[in-house]
Design a protein around this ligand. Structure first.
Ligand code: ATP
Ligand code: MG
Length: 156
């Protein structure tokens, strides 16, 4: 039997399957929650974020990649989604980390970070209720291309 901490591995073939996975993630969320999205350029980190946000009532075309702004925030009565992308970060950014420490611990916060390894997030980990590390990768099987999405529960 799989131990509670073994990763959940999904093979995702299209945006419909991605949306189904996003719904599962939505339903298992324990706020304040932190999702760390790892994966190469184009792996589907922003696409997954759009699907999750959509299940929380935000139109997908409203959700823009924060590669330049570093951070985008979407709020409604139920949730505050903090979407960050550290791809363009050059070294440590204490100002950004301080802002993150404030907004990600709010009781209704869902914080989603692309390229999370580019900032030391250690200070954050003890302050949220749920930490999911999500590894996305593009796979080829003959003619078939799909995305493998591994979900590792790193919650305290
Ligand atoms: N599961 C999927 N099925 C089909 N297309 C997908 C899937 N996931 C992502 N895509 C498409 O792949 C392209 C790149 O995805 P996306 O922008 O989400 O990548 P990313 O990981 O956020 O990249 P970056 O590191 O540049 O931010 C988009 O056009 C997106 O619609
Ligand atoms: Mg992206």
């Amino acid at each position: 039997m799989a131990s509670p901490n073994s990763p959940k591995i999904h093979q995702i073939h299209d945006l419909t399957e991605l949306s189904e996975l996003a719904l599962q993630l939505k339903n298992s969320l324990k706020k304040p929650s932190l999702l760390l999205l790892n994966g190469e350029l184009g792996a589907g980190k922003t696409a997954l974020t759009k699907k999750i946000a959509n299940h929380f009532g935000f139109a997908e075309n409203l959700i823009k990649s924060p590669s330049y702004s570093l951070i985008n925030i979407y709020k409604n009565d139920h949730i505050q989604i903090n979407h960050l992308d550290f791809y363009r970060l050059n070294g440590h950014d204490q100002f950004l980390l301080n802002e993150l420490l404030e907004i990600s611990v709010l009781p209704n916060a869902l914080t989603i970070i692309e390229w999370p390894e580019r900032l030391d997030l250690q200070a954050l980990f003890s302050k949220v209720k749920q930490i999911l590390q999500i590894d996305l990768s593009l796979k080829n099987q003959g003619e078939n291309t799909f995305r493998q999405i591994e979900i590792h529960d790193k919650s305290n």
